[in-house]
Design a protein around this ligand. Structure first.
Ligand SMILES: [Zn+2]
Ligand SMILES: [Zn+2]
Length: 753
């Protein structure tokens, strides 16, 4: 199927009504047109008429009639309109002619496609025909015409809607055919349904593909159905080589299609997380490939083998049905041994790769690998989808422009034959505008002029502050594009949005604020200010935290929480409540709040460890055996590493999994002798085992990024150097690019009662 946008005639907006080659809809506030819908109109055709009439009324104050098309059956034009210079706007099936359908289909047969045929007849009756290959296509045609009139929906709700005021409305004569670039255009976020349609999102929805349904199964009664891990059966995954698992999956898949006969596919795959079966038969299914990004054996072959068997098993009853699965985690790479059934449909979710940059950005070798993944799968399977990330994963909602990345990758996806998108996004409108808007435009037409879209957004959304806000948007977008920081977690933000960028951004906002003061645009600038202040407070909080000033850091945290509350009050919500609060709580608040408690009230700060520690990776876990924690051994080729200011990823340890050792020494003053002194860690990723002066003081509870502490009063050598040794084990999470010690470490004293 050809899917491309063809604009047969480039339209020319004319608002005067006197231009040649225009069709007049409203003249000086008076109706010069009528909307005609089929006598048996589909609900989308009715909605299309409603949207068109309502927007025209909002623009001009003029109400346009919507009537059922019964031409030739006694229908008469509204006598008030006269019959000269009047325009009939036909929608849907009553606009469709064999010629129009042929013309659309010559460009593509996606049901969302449409044609707008506008013909002017100044001495008689003009015609506009908006005909879709489906009722939804007609609706999208109406949205195209409204956008030609200057209407915009940059985000849901009134705040994102721009409707120009004009007493006279005319559109150009045209033969516009549009076919979407991508068959499926979806954002995985809870948003207003009307906005979704106005952005022409839709098409087949890729199924959720975590897990395999085998019906009810009890691990206590039938342990052999489940994964064998370290010699024990566990529920993390299924033992997919077990014929019983296959038989039950086939049965449940058939049941699913019996209940959902219209569904083209069923989603299927491993559960989210690891714990794959290590039994001999499952291992024999693997192709011998290794996933370097996940540091695990590639699981793709065994699952493709399984999907092939399921498709064979359902073929007698459902020969055409497909299986959708995510190319994700350690099953992102294509199979090396098994040839997949062409009815297997992969969707790429490259969570292990950098989520900041686009694949063609020379600053990001890691992301360039994504093109290889797309290409390789595209060669072995006919239908592929994108199920990536258009936001900063695990981020509480700081400004995050991905315009630079999507303008790079969406056209590449088109070139490589990707059929559609179901992208993970969050409705953080204050931080993701205009990224999400531009993404929807590129989904519809991958050749859209992105600079023009940014310019158009700035001009219409910010009015008098257009120039300053366009500069702001471009600055914040290029900050991410040009930063040699990867993955997409919040730990690198102080470097990406460095003081010079923050200062320039602030200047743009201040100017924009003064230019919009007292106007309807002020609130729109205020939304961007909200997101900027949120980021600025976060950067200040990290800086204060890192110098053990938890009192100031806590004030920053409170400011962050205040801004969150403000953002939640907007409709649409400028930050999504879940991510904004939960990620802040998970990654940063515990350290700030507990740090504050440990240096205030009856507690006193004793000494803080420096940012830089001695460091050794221990990939074979020999460190304890050879005594890296002991005081007597000073050698061993230790190197240096930063802790609270730089992530592992920033220091060349992007994919390291395993043990690593940290050592540092510090003098604890004599005056704290006989006091209750604690050694406190603001957070590690993931597990820590801690020694002081060669003696084991304890291990962390094992929850990454959460503070922990030990009473070390009896281990301290007061008035002398104290050697702290920490063994950190990092095994699981790697999409954040963090590992080891990630937050401040300090000694504090608790006043005895
Ligand atoms: Zn197994
Ligand atoms: Zn990158």
């Amino acid at each position: 199927m050809k899917t491309s946008i063809i604009l047969i005639s480039i339209f020319l907006l004319c608002t005067s009504g006197f231009c040649a080659k225009t069709v007049l809809l409203v003249e000086n506030g008076n109706a010069k047109s009528v909307i005609l819908i089929p006598a048996q109109a589909h609900e989308d055709e009715q909605f299309a008429a409603k949207e068109l009439a309502e927007h025209i009324e909002k623009m001009s104050g003029c109400k346009i009639d919507v009537v059922k098309e019964t031409l030739g059956k006694g229908w008469q034009i509204n006598p008030g309109l006269g019959n000269k210079g009047v325009c009939y706007i036909f929608l849907g099936t009553c606009a469709m002619t064999p010629e129009i359908e042929k013309a659309i289909r010559s460009s593509g047969d996606d049901p969302a496609s449409f044609m707008i045929k506008a013909e002017s007849n100044p001495s008689g009756i003009s015609n506009i025909r908006i005909a879709g290959l489906s009722p939804e296509g007609t609706l999208f045609g109406v949205y195209e015409l409204l956008e030609q009139m200057g209407v915009r929906w940059y985000m849901p709700g009134d705040i994102g809607t721009v409707i120009p005021e004009k007493k006279t409305i005319a559109v150009s004569e045209q033969n516009t055919i549009q076919v979407p670039s991508f068959h499926a255009r979806h954002l995985q976020m809870a948003v207003d349904r009307t906005w979704y349609r106005r952005m022409r999102l839709g098409g087949p929805y890729f199924p959720s593909a975590h897990g395999i349904n085998i019906g009810k199964a009890d691990i206590n009664k039938e342990p052999e159905l489940f994964a064998l891990v370290n010699g024990k059966r566990q529920q993390s995954q299924l033992c997919i080589s077990n014929p019983e698992v296959l038989a039950r999956a086939i049965k449940e898949t058939k049941n699913y299609f019996r209940k959902n006969p219209a569904a083209p596919w069923i989603g299927m795959g491993p559960n989210d997380g690891a714990g794959f079966c290590e039994c001999e038969n499952c291992r024999a299914l693997d192709g011998g490939d290794f996933d370097d990004f996940e540091n695990e054996v590639s699981m793709t072959d065994r699952y493709i083998w399984f999907f092939n068997r399921v498709l064979e098993g359902i073929a007698d009853e459902f020969p055409g049905k497909k299986i959708g699965f995510y190319c994700y985690s350690c099953y992102m790479k294509p199979p090396v041994k098994v040839k997949p059934d062409p009815k297997i449909v992969p969707a790429f979710a490259p969570i292990s790769l950098c989520r900041i940059h686009g694949m063609s950005n020379p600053i990001c070798p890691e992301r360039s690998y994504y093109r290889k993944i797309m290409e390789a799968w595209g060669k072995i399977l006919p239908e592929t989808y994108e199920r990536g990330y258009f936001f900063n994963l695990a981020d509480p909602g700081f400004p995050f422009s991905k315009v630079h990345a999507i303008r790079d990758e969406i056209p590449v996806a088109k070139e490589l034959g990707i059929r559609g998108w179901r992208v993970e996004t969050i409705p953080h409108w204050a931080s993701m505008t205009p990224t999400i808007y531009i993404a929807t435009k590129l989904f519809w037409n991958h050749t859209s002029d992105v600079d023009a879209l940014i310019h158009d957004f700035a001009k219409n959304f910010f009015g008098p502050a257009a120039v300053e806000m366009e500069k702001y948007i471009v600055l914040m977008d290029s900050a991410l594009r040009d930063a040699d920081y990867h993955t997409g977690c919040s730990h690198d933000l102080p470097f990406i949005y460095n003081p010079s960028i923050m200062k320039t951004a602030d200047q743009y906002l201040k100017k924009a604020e003064s230019l919009t003061k007292g106007t309807k645009y002020a609130e729109k600038v205020a939304i961007f200010r909200l997101s900027y202040d949120y980021l600025a407070s976060f950067l200040s909080m990290l800086e204060n935290r890192n110098r053990f000033d938890f009192v100031s850091a806590k004030k920053d945290l409170e400011r962050i929480q205040e801004i969150q509350q403000k953002a939640f009050q907007y409709e649409p919500k400028m930050f999504a409540q879940g991510p904004a609060t939960s990620y802040m709580k998970r990654f940063f608040s515990p350290c700030i709040e507990q740090g504050f408690e440990r240096i205030t009230g009856k507690n006193v700060f004793v000494a803080g460890l420096p940012d830089e520690w001695d460091f050794l990776i221990d990939p074979v876990s020999i460190g304890e055996e050879i005594g890296y924690y002991t005081t007597g051994k000073i050698g061993g080729n230790w190197t240096k590493i930063k802790t609270k200011t730089l992530s592992w990823s920033d220091q060349g340890l992007r994919y390291y999994k395993g043990d690593a050792w940290y050592r540092n020494s510090i003098v604890i003053p004599e005056k704290f002798k006989d006091k209750k002194v604690f050694l406190w860690f603001g957070g590690v990723d993931e597990l820590a085992k801690v020694w002081l002066n060669g003696k084991l003081v304890g291990t962390s509870p094992g929850k990454a990024f959460v503070p922990f502490e030990f009473d070390v009063s009896e281990f301290i050598h007061y008035g002398k150097e104290n050697l702290i040794a920490v063994k950190v084990t990092n095994k699981k999470l790697n999409e954040l690019g963090t590992g080891g010690i990630t937050a401040p470490v300090m000694f504090y004293m608790q006043e005895k009662n």
